[in-house]
Ligand binder design. Structure first.
Ligand code: SF4
Ligand code: SF4
Length: 87
């Protein structure tokens, strides 16, 4: 298994900048929830390149994204033939 990027919604929502969503090289990997006022990452699409971490920390100056071991996601996950999905 592997690490993936995870957004801290409380930290992200304080900035409301959307920057990371425009720099992630994977299509539909980071999206922005207007309801939560936070970016969020699709577990099955993240390739752990860490570009979003650089953008958030160094460009947005917010440090809302961290790498997290997939087995320790708060939401949990299951593996299906079609990919990894959250419980
Ligand atoms: S760059 Fe950081 S603060 Fe901006 S939307 Fe992404 S996670 Fe949130
Ligand atoms: S680590 Fe890379 S692939 Fe994963 S969300 Fe961040 S920019 Fe996208």
């Amino acid at each position: 298994m592997y690490y993936i990027a995870q957004v801290d919604k409380d930290i992200c929502s304080a900035k409301n900048c959307h920057l990371c969503t425009t720099y992630c090289p994977e299509t539909n990997c980071i999206n922005y929830s207007e309801q939560d006022k936070s970016a969020y990452i699709s577990v099955d699409r993240c390739k752990a390149c860490e570009i979003c971490i650089y953008i958030c920390k160094e460009v947005a100056k917010n440090d809302a994204i961290k790498m997290q071991w997939i087995g320790e996601l708060d939401e949990g996950f299951v593996i299906k033939k079609s990919g990894v999905v959250l419980r």
